[in-house]
Design a protein around this ligand. Sequence first.
Ligand code: SIN
Length: 532
Amino acid sequence: MKITSDFLVVGSGIAGLCYALTVAKRGQVALITKRDISTTATRLAQGGIAAVSKADDSFDQHIKDTMEAGAWLPDHEIVRMVVENGPKAIEDLIKWGVNFSRKEDQSYDLTREGGHSQRRIYHSKDETGKEIERALVEAVQAHPNITIYENHVAVDLITEAKVTRRRLKPDRCLGVYVLNRELGQVGTFEAPITVLATGGAGKVYLYTCNPDIATGDGIAMAYRAGATIANMEFMQFHPTTLYHPHAKSFLISEAVRGEGAILRRSDGTAFMENYHPLKDLAPRDIVARAIDHEMKVHGDDCAFLDITHMDSEFIKDRFPHIHETCLSYGIDMTKEPIPVVPAAHYLCGGIKVDSWGETDIDNLFAIGEVSCSGLHGANRLASNSLLEGIVFAQRAAEKSLELASKPIPPCPTIDLWDSGSAKNSDEEVVVAHNWDEIRLCMWNYVGIVRSNKRLTRALRRIQLVQEEITDYYWDFLITPDLIELRNIATVAELIIRCALRRKESRGLHYNIDHLEKDDIHWNQYTLIRKTF
Ligand code: SIN
């Protein structure tokens, strides 16, 4: 099967959908997504989207908060550009039909989260992502120029160098090989411009609040194709996911702390004042490490998030989804503290892009969590990611339309996917076993607190698993599970290699063998690229 379009979008979260809607006015868009269109990390976002709007707030304050949370590694110019585009991003979302929560006087109800010096977060109760995804999906589904391919799993990028078997610098992206989950067949999606909006990679870790689709596919594909990858050591652990044997890492939004909740030990002692002047609203890396430390020192299985001092009607109205979900596990947050633990949440590194979302492979863009744009540095400020998604989607769309208006060199003939002599696997257990091994290894050795020894050990293990996956990959017909396994193994290796390289502790990367921040040698990105 071969599908041709003007623009090819991989992924259906905020970035992919906004991009598709913006370029669709000038061409045909093929939008592929691994499962159904709404199974995305965007849909699970609770907190909101940050943008300056109050008279007593300013772009400079939002920029400073972003730089400070990012441990001064963010790119100042990128931060300024994104922050200054914030009000327009909100306006566009409202135009696309997103309903943000309002106060009684009909002004928008702005909330606060860790690291923000102001209330500047637009939200839809505690399900902001669900509301954004709903509005954008409706707009995309109604658009005559956008064709949606659900249950289509991207396998690999098709580049000119690969097709022509020549060394090219820069290489050019021609499209993507894609597995149709229902038919079990790999087809060719060809387009002059390809956009990766595949999201993050929380599934690399045993505990994560990411959806099952977050397997780092875009990063792994771009790395295999020769794109530069940056800052993979900066995996953000969200401090508060529900600790319950039957809850699959359900997020308890930072906005709960933004509205006054306090973290306590099992004996009721509040502890964040020992770690940061902003106490419970300190940046996320500090709160996650504080919880980890308290649990280890006091032998507790979890920490407790206490908002019981607030009015119960306010809690139920402001956090209906969290309240109901906790109740379904037998926890009434209006009367008792919520047991919480940290879990992998957001990858600040990714495919290195410029201020237009362009990668170093021609005609290949990366937007949203899959990319490393320079906005987050060593730690993302809460609610800056939906903002990044829409701002970069619109800039990438603008650049794509400019590219599309110029003559594009002809595309060489692309070979159809060849499965060679691969046969159906008779040992699916190998995939399941390797998957578990990677996630456990990453959690134990490459988690919130790292050491040289643990990182080296982790690299050895992951490389062994990778050898096994490579053999398996070429011997057997590919399946969605095998594609994802290969990708999480690649992403795990990239995280470890970047973490081993950074000889300091900064933001989310905390190594007990290099405890200090080293601005002289390490105030720079960790870059990694495949050698051919
Ligand atoms: C949250 O609601 O705590 C998550 C928001 C974010 O990660 O930006």
